[in-house]
Design a protein around this ligand. Structure first.
Ligand code: TXA
Ligand code: MG
Length: 366
């Protein structure tokens, strides 16, 4: 298959490829997604095949921002479109969910809700629930508006690998496996959406954070007025998989990635730890800030996520930095500085992604 490289002026071409059952990588504000018709089993299967994604890992369904202005409300419109189950509108918490949608959509928030009749098993991996997200990227929204159907879209990388935040990253992952890639420049957020699961039991709303992202737990709790719990597997290893995006090993470079919790110590101390763990070869360092980078030796390979304390810039740079260290053949392994625990959505998202990228490697202890 020849992959077409298209620019922003070619959204019509993109929507006609999608209308004909093709799959196209599209920019979102978080990461690039590999999109196909969310109402079509065949399109979902094509996405799974291109990504070499195991069939148990469900896809998120992306919907148009036009749904925000429907007279009966967004929840009702999603029910009528067969994306979510219409019974959701009768939940006691329906007004709260409507409020969350209006507060955070379009934007980097995915809600897991009961599935509607137009979403095939292949999209949700057989789950009776569906992930719904309304992306903010104007090109993605333009495509949604032209095609007229929702788009199933996982991140546009091969399964388990680093998510793409530029069209060139998509090409490196999926060239020849997909019909086209629409280049919308680098993604502005840089890490995937926050995933919030919503269920109702005996009239009580149960809200669970399945993946941290830019929209923080605190913001969601404030909007919903109920506590937001932790999904099974978040932070813990070897537990039941609730959102397979929470698979332990994910977002991983090919090179071994080791974590150092908190700020880097002196370079001599780092050398000592490297020796203690029996690591041989040339290290590269992923620093959270310039201060840590300055502790390294002049010739060391390094990537600095932010010059100042700026979580937005750090999140935007994260996957690109990991990818370029991974691609540098003179480096044997990567040591990443793990940010300290934080209520800030993006800081906890960075820590989450680094933890998953380094699974099965010993944590370097201070
Ligand atoms: O920011 C994002 O969410 C990006 C962009 C492209 O929108 N998408 C993304 O998709 O990160 P993906 O497939 O790489 O990760 C989505 C995660 C998966 O781990 C999947 O398991 C979880 O969402 N998910 C999707 N539907 C689900 C469902 N019905 N129940 C539980 N988890 C679900
Ligand atoms: Mg992904």
């Amino acid at each position: 298959m020849k992959t077409l490289h298209l620019g922003p002026e070619e959204v019509r071409k993109v929507s006609s490829i999608l209308a004909n059952g093709g799959i196209v990588a599209l920019p979102t504000e978080t990461v690039y997604g590999l999109a196909g018709n969310a109402f079509s089993s065949e399109c979902a299967l094509k996405i799974f095949e291109a990504k070499e994604r195991p069939s148990f890992d469900p896809l998120i369904t992306h919907v148009s921002e036009e749904l925000l202005s429907k007279p009966g409300g967004t929840l009702k419109a999603l029910g009528e479109a067969g994306v979510i189950h219409p019974s959701t509108t009768t939940w006691k918490a329906a007004p709260l969910i409507e409020r969350v949608m209006h507060e955070f959509w379009p934007g980097p928030l995915t809600l897991i809700l009961p599935r509607g009749s137009n979403i095939p098993d292949e999209v949700t991996s057989g789950s009776p629930r569906v992930g719904v997200r309304m992306p903010e990227h104007p090109l993605f929204q333009e495509v949604l508006s032209l095609t007229g159907f929702p788009l199933a879209a996982p991140s546009a990388n091969r399964f388990g690998r680093i998510s793409p935040t530029t069209a060139a990253h998509v090409t490196a992952e999926l060239e020849g496996r997909i019909d086209a890639v629409l280049d919308g420049g680098p993604c502005s957020v840089g890490v995937e959406s926050t995933i919030l699961s919503l269920e109702e039991s005996d009239g009580e709303l149960i809200a669970t954070l399945l993946r941290p992202g830019k929209i923080s737990r605190g913001e969601l709790e404030l909007s919903l007025g109920v506590p937001v719990g932790d999904g099974v597997g978040l932070g813990e290893k070897n537990q039941k998989i609730e959102a397979p995006g929470m698979l332990d090993q994910h977002y991983a470079p090919v090179k071994p990635l080791f974590l150092y919790p908190g700020p880097f110590p002196s370079r001599d101390h780092l050398d000592h730890w490297i020796g203690e763990f029996g690591l041989n070869g040339i290290p590269a360092f992923l620093c959270q800030n310039l201060k840590s980078a300055e502790l390294l030796r002049p010739g060391d390979f390094r990537s600095v996520l932010t010059q100042v304390s700026d979580p937005e810039a750090a999140a935007r740079a994260l996957f690109s930095a990991l990818r370029s260290l991974d691609e540098d053949s003179s480096i044997s392994f990567i040591i990443a500085e793990l940010p300290e625990n934080s209520d800030e959505g993006l800081v906890s998202a960075i820590a989450d992604r680094l933890n998953r990228a380094s699974v099965n490697k010993p944590l370097l202890k201070r």
